[in-house]
Write a protein that binds this ligand. Structure first.
Ligand code: G16
Length: 546
């Protein structure tokens, strides 16, 4: 079968590439102002079709979303057959296609990708796509569809979904009817799978006070409500706030997981009742952070690091109680953003690996453990059970009634966790399950360790591509000389740690700093941000970066 060049060329003419723009495949795919993305979406449709053909017609996923970014941005995440992010070896092809300067050069680039990867054009491609609540999704999805059609692809439109629901669908579609069947390939099937597992784990437990969930005014709001109808309020009392998806400009604005984590405060106008539990999703519901206020109204964050500690400890207890601790070992994966206190706490009990930012990196590192718990500090993460561990858990015969109870809880936990990617709804259920079983308040959960004071700031620079890191992003190799200046600043601060890396989702450089006290952590963040801004900054330097 030959390539229908004419179909690509004529469809491409309807999706012209903007001049003077270079697209880069970032931490989680392409992300930019929505007005610039039409051609990229069209080309991503082509790429997904080629990827599916390359993988013998397995279904590939496309999620149109810019997640935590402001509403005017949009983006796209590509999902490989097992539900994981697009394999990194194909990111270069995504970038090449997105940047082809004309319809002719796009055709030539498609040919180049086919040749480089050995795509068999005779294989029928299958792609499932979905989108979040951004107003720009409508037209961008049309561009994706045109790209898919240009390669005569079988398409499944999943419509409005959370990112993790789309990942779930991809895995289900590819495993349906096999021994590895992951679930029913529908959003209803997703709800039923999670609700059944949660009911098994929660029934008979003494209910905790309601959890208030900030939905970031995003897709998590309708999807959480759909899920609550399936699971019922009796087992899961939830109060949803920031749940408006129709008011312009509200998505992620002064709310959501990214706001709460970076600002270290509750969403605007959400008054925290002391000691009650709160959680925030991000714009596409693949991240979650928890928090509470103490009696003095002081805000306490329970971020991805705290979730990792809670989850790893609970799974280790279940594994031990089930009598599986000789054969099933738990490991944790973090990034440089993990609070130093969390790493210290975790390494006392489990092996801990540090990898660069991006679930694509954490996910693969977690696959090397029997049970790999991976969480970014920003609340993005999940748990992976290796195929051998799943067989061990499924075949194990418990030796006592208490071992049997632990084993059935472990089996339900396997179903409760969305193992394809970080999932705010699934992670929320996981945390709620553990708190139910432990009968813990958020403050009791928080007691495991105290975070070192820290600060994360953004610096606007003229060209973030000149920032090159190494050592899992903890060192800056380029621009030359900057790392030495950071080292000098850090050496002057008690308990100081700081690093600089370019964001892969926003046009900025991020600076992270932690230190023994709030004031010194803040000062270190500002000092390092100034080091970057002095030489490479864009616009006037702010008096403070936060
Ligand atoms: C994406 C990635 C995350 C990453 C975050 C920030 O999250 O999936 O792994 O931590 O971007 O990345 P960066 O610091 O490079 O901007 P999301 O929730 O925005 O898709």
């Amino acid at each position: 079968m030959s390539l229908n060049e004419q179909a690509i060329r004529s469809a491409s003419a309807n999706h012209p590439r903007p001049h003077n723009t270079t697209f880069a495949y970032g931490t989680a795919g392409f992300r930019a102002n929505a007005d610039t993305l039409d051609s990229t979406m069209f080309r991503v449709g082509i790429l997904a079709a080629l990827r599916s053909k390359k993988l013998a017609g397995q279904t590939i996923g496309i999620m149109v979303t810019a997640s935590h970014n402001p509403e005017q941005d949009n983006g796209v995440k590509l999902v490989d057959p097992h539900g994981e992010m697009l394999h990194s070896s194909w990111e270069q092809y995504a970038t090449l296609l997105a940047n082809a300067v004309s319809d002719d050069s796009l055709v030539a680039t498609v040919r180049q990708v086919i040749q480089a990867t050995g795509v068999d054009l005779a294989v029928k491609a299958k792609v499932v796509f979905g989108h979040d609540t951004r107003p720009s999704c409508r037209s961008l999805v049309r561009a994706v569809v045109d790209g898919l059609a240009a390669l005569d692809t079988d398409q499944v439109n999943a419509g409005l979904v959370t990112t993790p629901q789309l990942h779930y669908l991809v895995r289900c579609l590819n495993t349906e009817g096999t021994p590895e069947a992951y679930g029913e390939p529908t959003v209803d099937g997703y709800y039923r799978k999670l609700a059944t597992a949660y009911s098994t784990l929660a029934t008979g437990r003494h209910l905790l006070p309601a959890l208030t969930v900030d939905c970031a005014n995003g897709v998590g709001a309708p999807k959480l409500k759909e899920f609550l109808k399936v699971v019922g309020n009796d087992l899961l009392p939830i109060i949803a706030v920031r749940d408006s998806t129709t008011q312009a400009g509200h998505l992620n604005f002064d709310c959501g997981a990214d706001y709460v984590k970076t600002q270290q405060r509750a969403p605007r106008n959400v008054e925290l009742v002391p000691w009650q539990r709160y959680a925030s999703f991000d714009g596409d519901a693949d991240r979650i952070v928890f928090y509470y206020a103490d009696a003095d109204g002081v805000f306490h964050l329970l971020d991805g690091d705290k979730i990792a500690g809670l989850v790893a400890g609970f799974i280790m207890d279940l594994v031990k109680d089930a009598g599986l601790d000789d054969s099933v070992k738990v490991g944790v994966v973090q990034t440089a953003y993990a609070n130093g206190a969390s790493t210290k706490y975790l390494t006392e009990g489990v092996p801990v690996t540090c990898v660069p930012t991006g679930v694509k990196h954490l996910h693969h590192a977690a696959e090397s453990y029997d049970v790999g718990v991976y969480f970014e500090a920003n609340g993005h993460g999940t748990v992976l059970f290796s195929p051998l561990t799943l067989s061990t858990i499924s075949a194990h015969s418990p030796s006592s009634p208490s071992a049997s109870a632990a084993l059935s809880n472990l089996r339900a936990l396997v179903d409760l966790i969305n193992q394809t990617v970080g999932d705010a709804i699934s992670d929320m259920l996981l945390v709620e399950t553990i708190l139910l079983h432990r009968q813990w308040s958020p403050a009791q959960w928080d007691r495991a360790y105290s975070d070192y004071p820290n600060r994360l700031v953004k610096v606007l620079v003229a060209d973030r591509t000149q920032f090159v890191t190494s050592d899992a992003e903890r060192r800056l190799d380029k621009p030359e000389g900057v790392q030495a200046a950071i080292d000098d600043a850090v050496a002057k601060v008690d308990g100081g740690r700081s690093f600089v890396r370019p964001s892969g989702t926003e046009d900025c450089v991020r600076v992270y700093a932690e230190a023994a006290t709030r004031d010194t952590a803040d000062e270190l963040a500002n000092t390092v941000a100034r080091i970057v801004h002095d030489k490479f900054g864009k616009g006037p330097q702010p008096a403070s970066f936060f």
